[in-house]
Design a protein around this ligand. Structure first.
Ligand SMILES: [Zn+2]
Length: 649
């Protein structure tokens, strides 16, 4: 009897686990493809005649195409965080580069991983690297394809950006190694982002409109990926979603790229959802929807419970035509703050767009889809209503903390290589003035375009072009701290130190709290031998940011040059607290000690160094001086000849 009971229990549990296994096996794979900087109106199936996008077109035939989808953010990190959390920027808080995504916000990958999904992400630009510029975005991913920490190449490919075909090959390689599903794989194709440099044949076919060439190339990478999924027989049963993270200004509203404004040119994105079994294939939804709706839709399709808080809703009711109402789309951008300009907020609803700016805007999208005729009047009922909606939203959101994450110089360089302002100009978050008191970005956009041009030219090693663009900025605004500092940095790299010092001095007059400009001015002044002024600039820089090792080291050397060995010693001591193993700081320390006649101290500093640095002639030269000072002639001669031998090598 007992044996029978056990057998029954065994059978029952076997059936249960079989059912669970079957359920798990039938869970559809989920593939999310985000295409960077993709304007909806530059995709063929969205009605653009000057391009071939066969992969996007065929996905739209197999799935549901949303004609009017909007991102709340025109900038990569923020908009991707919205897609992966279903939250508005002011809720998830990733409103700037390198701001960590708070652990309290569940991500798409975490939610699916809990349901047994194998998860992986493949990014096309360092801007989404979770080690530097997008901390926390990797949460829930078994594998997150970051960029190498020490890239082997100086070219932008592989260092800050990957071609779409490389990204999908990485994804396919991972899928080959992890064939057991269900999978959630996110693929990010960065190509359409500027600079527009599509590879051949797209560079030829689209030579007069290279942005489209990049889109066509990204489409070919997508085609490769979809063909792979079909070959593996994963396509049919999968949820496949393609979405743009934001658009591109292309000169509309005088914006060349994206990030500053909230017009449709940078917020209207393509969105295609292919369901398992191609349900509702070929459907077109005209209602206005948001990228915050994507995650709730996927969770709805997979029957996964929704997290407590989401700013979007499932799009499923649109699939079968149960719903056709437009949803209110909010827009937010804090990127202008990086330049010291007012952040913007917008509402797009009922055929109108309201933009809350120092000079507010209202557009009637029925008669003015290009948002060219501002009909704002403070007493207008639509304005009043939309203002109230924004106020209500603000009241619901956590208090804003517009702080840039702490990033290293290397990360700042990477950001600037991608064309983003690496260092915020508004200073630290604590001293950001009331937004309405900041300049309206509409009045500053030409300046931003020129700064962007200059950054891309510097990255491309075209200093003359960079200089030209920066000088034009100064014609528009002679006190632009960003242009003055960048011009200073340009001359510093070019070796024109007196010009560099001049620009940097002016940059600091406009923005005395800029520790970097002060350090760079100190470098330039040291090079031209103006040690007293170099000292003042470096002291000022270190007063603002005490923990700068290179500035401490340089200030120590400047003090040595000024024959103030005591002050030099203080600086080298502070430098050694920051980097105890620095050879340069130890040598500086020894020099300062010798200059003060503390020969025994110098010997104590130098003898261990002579063992760890047996090939460093400078160590032995100093040691000789110290021995001589102590009257140890024999030792002095021995190390002197060692120094000579090393120098001869
Ligand atoms: Zn982007």
């Amino acid at each position: 009897m007992k044996a029978v009971r056990i057998l029954i229990i065994c059978l029952l549990s076997a059936t249960a686990s079989l059912a669970a296994a079957q359920k798990k096996a039938s869970q559809p794979d989920v593939f999310l493809i985000t295409i960077d900087t993709l304007r909806a109106d530059h995709v063929h199936c969205y009605g653009y005649e000057h391009i071939q996008t066969p992969a996007l077109d065929s996905l739209a035939k197999d799935g549901i195409r949303f004609v009017q989808a909007f991102t709340p953010s025109p900038i990569t990190n923020t908009s991707h965080t919205t897609i992966l959390t279903g939250l508005l920027p002011s809720r998830h808080g990733v409103t700037d580069f390198a701001v960590p995504l708070a652990a309290t916000h569940p991500t798409w990958a975490e939610l699916l991983k809990k349901k047994g999904y194998h998860t992986a992400a493949f990014i096309g630009a360092v801007i989404l690297d979770s080690k530097t510029l997008a901390p926390g975005l990797d949460r829930g991913f078994d594998f997150y394809d970051n960029f190498p920490e020490h890239p082997q190449t100086k070219s932008r490919w592989g260092r800050v950006e990957r071609r779409g075909m490389d990204v999908v090959q990485h994804a396919e390689r991972w899928l080959n190694a992890h064939p057991t599903g269900p999978h959630f794989v996110w693929v990010h194709l960065y190509d359409p982002h500027d600079p527009y440099e599509p590879p051949p044949p797209y560079s030829q076919t689209y030579k007069d409109h290279l942005y489209d060439g990049e889109i066509a190339y990204a489409d070919s990478a997508l085609a490769n990926f979809v063909a792979y999924l079909k070959k593996q027989s994963w396509y049919e049963n999968a949820v496949v979603i393609v979405v743009g993270d934001h658009g591109e200004g292309l000169g509309e509203h005088h914006e060349d790229t994206h990030g500053i404004f909230l017009y449709d040119s940078t917020t209207h994105v393509p969105l295609i959802v292919k369901r398992p079994g191609r349900g509702n294939a070929g459907k077109m939804v005209n209602a206005q929807v948001r990228t915050t709706d994507i995650l709730p839709t996927v969770l709805d399709l997979l029957h996964v419970p929704l997290p407590e808080r989401l700013d979007g809703e499932s799009l499923k009711p649109y699939f079968g035509g149960m719903e056709d109402a437009s949803r209110t789309a909010f827009g937010e951008t804090d990127y202008p703050l990086r330049f010291g300009w007012a952040p913007l907020r917008s509402v797009r609803a009922e055929g109108f767009k309201f933009i809350d700016a120092p000079r507010p805007e209202l557009y009637d999208l029925h008669t003015d889809p290009g948002e060219l005729k501002n009909t704002y009047a403070p007493w207008g009922t639509t304005v009043q209503k939309f203002r109230a909606m924004l106020a209500e939203l603000r009241a619901k959101m956590p208090p804003s903390q517009p702080s840039a994450g702490a990033v290293s110089q290397g990360t700042i360089d990477e950001l600037e290589a991608l064309g983003y302002l690496g260092r915020a100009d508004a200073g630290s978050s604590s001293n950001v003035p009331e937004p309405s008191l900041l300049p309206d970005p509409k009045d500053e956009i030409e300046e931003q375009n020129l700064l962007h041009t200059a950054m891309m030219a510097s990255e491309d090693d075209r200093p003359a072009d960079a200089r030209g663009a920066l000088e034009k900025v100064l014609q528009l605004d002679p006190k632009s701290p960003t242009a003055l500092r960048q011009l200073g940095e340009l001359e510093l790299h070019a070796g024109d130190y007196s010009k560099a010092a001049e620009h940097l001095k002016r940059a600091r007059e406009v923005r005395p709290e800029d520790a970097t400009a002060a350090f760079e001015e100190g470098q330039a002044l040291d090079k031209i031998g103006d040690l007293a002024d170099a000292r003042d600039a470096l002291e000022a820089s270190l007063k603002l940011t005490p923990g700068q090792f290179p500035a401490r080291l340089l200030l120590g050397q400047v003090y040595l040059g000024l024959k103030d060995a005591r002050a030099a010693e203080d600086q080298f001591e502070a430098a050694l607290l920051l980097q105890p193993n620095s050879v340069e700081a130890q040598l500086g320390m020894a020099k300062a000690e010798i200059a003060q006649g503390s020969f025994a101290d110098a010997v104590r500093q130098l003898e261990p160094l002579s063992r760890t640095q047996p090939d460093n002639a400078g160590v032995f030269e100093l040691l000789a001086q110290a021995y001589r000072g102590m009257g140890k002639t024999e030792e002095a001669e021995r190390v002197e000849s060692r120094a000579k031998n090393l120098k001869r090598r």
